[in-house]
Design a protein around this ligand. Structure first.
Ligand SMILES: C[S@@+](CC[C@H](N)C(=O)[O-])C[C@H]1O[C@@H](n2cnc3c(N)ncnc32)[C@H](O)[C@@H]1O
Length: 143
């Protein structure tokens, strides 16, 4: 899923290639509002690399809320984020070329509020030091 259809086309052509596309027949959806219910199959693993680094908190919250509804128990989301020590005034609107940063506490709070257990995996070798988070669904009873 990406908001830019052209990036999906390039990904299919250059990253996956014809052979893998034919073998796996992935669903590539151009959507900008995290409408995960449009995916026909439920994913048990999700990967958001360099996405939350370009979104204000309200959009991250929508993404996590919608994905939580679509993610079965036992599923997992790995997501990178730009970490800062103190809460920051990020831009109000998403921006593909500006860096949005959040504290670990802010990311944990939004994850918990949207039905996830959040584990901070920290540094993982990203060239600009972005950190990795692991989100697993809270059970409905504790959510
Ligand atoms: C920095 S790029 C990272 C691309 C890829 N994940 C990678 O790591 O190479 C951020 C991507 O997020 C996409 N994006 C930003 N906001 C989005 C949204 N609301 N819904 C879907 N995709 C979005 C952009 O179009 C862009 O492809």
């Amino acid at each position: 899923m990406d908001k830019e259809p052209e990036l999906l086309r390039i990904g299919a052509e250059h990253e996956l290639g014809a052979e893998l596309m034919a073998a796996k027949r992935p669903t590539l959806l151009a959507l900008a509002d995290f409408e995960f219910e449009r995916l026909q199959a439920r994913s048990d693993i999700a990967w958001a690399h360099s996405l939350f680094t370009h979104l204000p908190m309200e959009h991250i919250q929508r993404c996590l809320t919608n994905l939580r509804r679509a993610m079965p128990r036992g599923g997992v989301l790995y997501a990178t984020f730009g970490e800062c020590d103190e809460p920051k005034d990020n831009p109000a609107e998403p921006h593909d070329h500006r860096l949005f940063e959040f504290t670990r506490a802010e990311m944990t709070e939004v994850g918990c509020a949207t039905g996830w257990c959040v584990e901070h995996l920290g540094k993982w070798g990203h060239p600009r030091g972005h950190r990795m988070l692991k989100f697993t669904p809270k059970s409905r009873r504790t959510a």
